[in-house]
Design a protein. Structure first.
Length: 536
């Protein structure tokens, strides 16, 4: 019997919105402050997945200039109707310093999942996690959570429904709160499914940490009243310390061509001690260094209610659908930057890839980054990064850089946020000598983990970052053959949602190439290659 191994999408890929269009399956996941916005994944069999692009590729689609950590795109929702793909999203900002965050929400559409996508149409500012429901009578409805910043609330003010007129491109008629949530609270991520005359409202509850859950209610009318599932929540890991997939929640349902049903959902895998996997909390405080990932569960229907097969606890191995296997070509681990376009797995912080700061053409065969702001800035960071997708992995690059000031830096970064990262840099000291050094920023405090090591005027510096479960180890080479570790192992758990007291941490760990020039001259760093390999 063929099986699916969870997570199906590893590394930071939360809030999965799944749809099937004929024989193709698509999942959209949140990207927060990373650009381009909304990562798209494709499968033919629900087992093998590949990244095929992003929805929001221009500043006209997504303007995040000046936004902070874990702002930006929350919980997109895919749908398909009228021969088009639709995608709803919110561009969340002003999270810190107050309780009334800004949540402008939009819908875009495209005839091809790869785009081009239309310009965003406003669908209100109620809260994050909007979705669009297309009824079989041709009407469309926006459904969304309501953000309520008043003290007497938990900020989650219920689920609002309002009709959407696609021809006018606007919400019409009165809005109505159709669901106030359960005692779990933090009711968000609403999506509606219609089946056998019932409207099913699927929501995420309990908050996106260890009390997360998927809840279901139903009604005969889209406006309600909605009755609760007799065994809510239908999926959760709360109070199940031995569950290997924690933080399970934010789900939606999809039906195969053969009538089989699946629930997509996010999950987290806390680091565990290889010597004693059950002692997760003692070893690393239950920290998920890969962020929130995407998983699937089998679903069966009983009395017109969906149930997760085997109970409410998410499983690592589930039954695959009766579909022909469709593996995709294996992506090469090494990128030599020989092409004219960047691989779809790469993202930048807040800014689109523009020739003014990132180029494959100015020095063919190299990725050129023009130095701009430092890692702690909310603006103009010259970084190319990809998700860390495994607990054990190794990343490597070679950089050619000619700094003359301590304010000019380039190198290899392990990055979670502007206040949570490690950086192996080559720079210059006060005498103008080229140096390497490991620095970082943990809990918004700048750290220097090694002294400056003078390497002479080196044309090329090779850099490596190896992750072994909880620990990062940097090393360097001046010839690409003899490698020298630099500094002590660094704690990877600081680069996780749980790795700080900051409550707004919803992303995951990245590894990337970075260049900085605070002199304003924007001197360039040339990276010859980027190699990322997962290890057993």
């Amino acid at each position: 019997m063929a099986t699916i191994t969870n997570p199906i999408l590893t590394g930071f890929r939360p809030d999965p919105s799944i749809i099937r269009v004929e024989d193709d399956y698509y999942i959209a996941t949140s990207t927060f402050e990373w650009f381009p916005g909304i990562m798209l994944h494709h499968s033919k069999d629900l087992v093998n997945w590949r990244i095929i692009g992003h929805v929001l590729n221009t500043v006209d689609h997504l303007d995040m200039r000046g936004m902070d950590n874990s702002e930006g795109v929350y919980a997109p929702a895919l749908s398909y109707a009228d021969g088009k793909f639709w995608c709803c999203f919110s561009n969340v900002h002003s999270c810190r310093g107050g309780t009334w965050m800004s949540t402008p929400s939009y819908v875009v559409s495209a005839e091809d999942i790869r785009g081009p996508w239309s310009k965003p149409v406003s669908i209100g500012n109620y809260g994050f996690d909007p979705s669009l429901f297309h009824d079989d009578d041709g009407k469309k409805y926006m459904v969304n959570m309501v953000w309520d910043g008043r003290k007497k609330t938990d900020f989650f003010g219920g689920i609002v429904l309002q009709e959407f007129d696609a021809e006018l491109g606007q919400l019409v008629g009165e809005e109505k709160i159709v669901f106030n949530g359960t005692k779990l609270g933090c009711t968000e991520g609403p999506q509606i499914l219609k089946k056998d005359g019932w409207y099913y409202l699927i929501t995420a509850e309990g908050g996106t940490s260890y009390d997360h859950a998927v809840t279901v209610c139903r009604a005969k009318n889209v406006w309600g009243p909605y009755e609760l599932h007799p065994e809510n929540p239908i999926l959760t890991s709360r109070h199940q310390d031995d569950a290997e997939l924690q933080r399970a929640g934010h789900g939606f349902l999809v039906e195969t061509q053969n009538g089989e049903w699946y629930l997509s959902h996010l999950c987290g895998r806390p680091i565990s001690d290889p010597e004693n996997p059950k002692e997760t909390s003692k070893y690393a405080q239950g920290r998920c260094t890969l962020g929130r990932e995407t998983a699937l569960q089998n679903v069966e229907w009983r009395d017109n209610w969906p149930y997760v097969v085997g109970g409410t606890t998410p499983r690592l191995e589930i039954q695959a659908p009766k579909l022909a296997a469709q593996p995709w070509p294996v992506e090469a681990s090494r990128d030599d930057f020989d092409g004219n376009t960047l691989a779809v797995k790469y993202q930048s912080l807040k800014d689109p890839f523009e020739e003014s700061w990132i180029s494959l053409s100015k020095r063919p065969g190299y990725l050129r980054l023009a130095g701009r702001d430092y890692l702690y800035s909310r603006y103009n960071q010259s970084m190319l990064a990809q998700r860390v997708t495994a607990f054990n992995c190794i990343s490597e690059t070679a950089v050619e850089f000619d700094p003359c000031s301590p304010r000019q830096m380039a190198g290899l970064v392990a990055y979670y946020s502007r206040g949570g990262h490690y950086f192996l840099k080559t720079s210059a000291n006060d005498a103008g000598e080229q140096i390497i050094q490991v620095v970082g920023d943990i809990d918004d405090k700048y750290q220097e983990y090694t002294d400056e090591i003078i390497i002479g005027r080196s044309k090329r510096v090779y850099m490596r970052l190896e992750q072994r479960t909880q620990w990062y180890q940097f090393s360097y080479s001046l010839d690409g053959k003899v490698w020298q570790t630099i500094g002590e192992p660094l704690n990877a758990t600081h680069l996780s949602d749980e790795g700080s007291n900051d409550v707004f941490r919803f992303t995951g760990s990245f590894v990337g190439l970075f260049a900085c020039d605070l002199t304003g001259k924007q001197i360039a760093a040339d990276f010859d290659y980027f190699d990322y390999q997962t290890l057993s």
